[in-house]
Write a protein that binds this ligand. Structure first.
Ligand code: CMC
Length: 379
């Protein structure tokens, strides 16, 4: 019998075409619909990038104005979703809160079963507009604070920060947040996006696919890494502790969160852009100690293991400086990645094939229940 060619973790397996984004580890580039992500981060709003991912082209001024008006008018947290969030115990992780809130939002949508592109676009835009309120409110209630209403005079990033902290953000902070949202938006067939495509391939609805993707993103090998980076920073404390801390962590064969990538082996194409944004935040908040810890851990780990930082490494400390609670970091990733997920959901639906791979059995040989006699009539 020939041994099956198993690719554990689907590593190196190409499963389908996508026109949404292209990751090229050889040239260290990431393109959204053909545009380098660095160029998008330098020139575009997250709203324009969301539009690009869904429609395949950047919006004209008129198209962007229409989309932005729609988004601003749809930001308010629905009362039933607010009540559902209130019911989730504070011991639950914010990702569980988000999974519940999105699930309820989907269950409340009478068009949930309409899988047409037009309906899925409307749902994608609704989730895009509503997620900031869900994320911001959950952080606030954990701090014993009230929900803050959205402001239509603020753009997406400004409003997100406003709803979380109740202050109009400094332009440096709003810009860094916008950059992070653009960089997190899309990354081809990562685990959560693939999860969304698997669910879509059964012709389930868009909300089910997004809820499943939230579950996949939660883990520390994927989106949960941005939170885990901050836990590591807290554990290490300061730059002078990096060396002994690394000695112990590596001896214990711990994974150092925020480093390594399944696809990029020579550095993540998004890191320099996010690191530049982090640098502006370090200056703005006067946080040289955090910068020293960041630089020391990076240089020591890279020189010892030759494994480079991924996007979660600069984004975790950036969200920390902005004032987000550590547990809120991965929900921020959701608010961004919902754009890529939904672009992939619509792409999968447009040329669907049920995703159903094979497995190779390595359990016990066929065996039988002692004393069982097959019923001849039923056979
Ligand atoms: N710390 C320590 N060792 C590592 C790390 C790390 N962060 N990453 C990889 N390695 C080692 C790993 O132990 C293995 O060593 P050995 O061959 O001796 O067993 C070798 O490098 C290959 O690692 P792998 O886990 O087989 O590689 P992979 O391609 O399956 O894993 C990864 C990629 C992201 C799961 C892994 O690098 C990792 O666990 N990183 C830490 C978690 C993290 O930062 N995740 C975010 C990923 S990127 C953004 C996102 O999706 O959110």
């Amino acid at each position: 019998m020939t041994e099956p060619d198993i690719k554990k973790g689907l590593a190196g397996v190409t499963v389908d075409y996508t026109a949404v984004s292209k990751v090229n580890p050889e040239t260290n580039s990431l393109l959204y619909r053909g545009y380098p992500v660095q160029e998008l981060a330098a020139t575009q709003s997250f709203e324009a990038v969301a539009y690009l991912l869904w429609y395949g082209e950047l919006p004209t001024d008129a198209q962007l104005a229409a989309f932005v008006a729609e988004e601003r008018a749809d930001r308010t947290l629905d009362e039933n979703v607010k009540q559902a969030i209130d019911l989730v115990p504070l011991t639950a992780h914010p990702m569980d809160v988000l999974r519940t809130a999105v699930s309820l939002a989907g269950a409340s949508d009478p068009a949930a079963f309409d899988n047409s592109r037009e309906s899925d676009l409307a749902k994608s835009k609704r989730l895009f507009a509503k997620l900031p309120a869900m994320v911001a409110y959950d952080q606030r209630r954990r701090r014993g604070q009230e929900l803050i209403d959205p402001r239509e005079d603020l753009d997406y990033s400004q409003n997100f920060l406003w709803m979380t902290f109740g202050e109009i953000p400094d332009p440096v902070v709003a810009h860094a947040f916008n950059v992070s949202m653009i960089l997190y938006a899309e990354h081809s067939f990562n685990a959560s996006t693939f999860t969304a495509r698997v669910i879509t391939s059964t012709i389930a609805d868009l909300y089910s696919a997004v809820v499943g993707a939230i579950g996949a993103l939660k883990g520390p090998l994927h989106g949960g890494a941005n939170e885990a980076v901050m836990h590591i920073f807290d554990e290490i404390g300061s730059a002078e502790n990096v060396s002994p801390w690394l000695d112990t962590a590596l001896a214990e064969k711990r994974k150092i969160m925020g480093f390594g990538h399944r696809v990029y082996k020579h550095g993540d194409s998004r890191v320099p852009t996010m690191k530049a944004a982090l640098d502006t935040l370090v200056d703005h908040y006067d946080a040289p100690d955090l910068a020293a810890l960041y630089d020391t851990l990076e240089s020591e780990f890279v020189s010892r293991k030759g494994i480079y930082p991924n996007l979660d490494y600069p984004s975790g400390p950036s969200y920390n400086l902005m004032g987000f609670d550590t547990q809120t970091f991965t929900p921020l990733f959701v608010a961004s990645r919902v754009t890529g997920w939904t672009a992939h959901i619509m792409e999968q639906a447009a040329s669907n094939a049920l995703i159903r791979p094979l497995s190779a059995y390595n359990g016990p040989d066929e065996r039988h229940i002692p004393g069982y006699v097959p019923d001849a009539e039923a056979e």
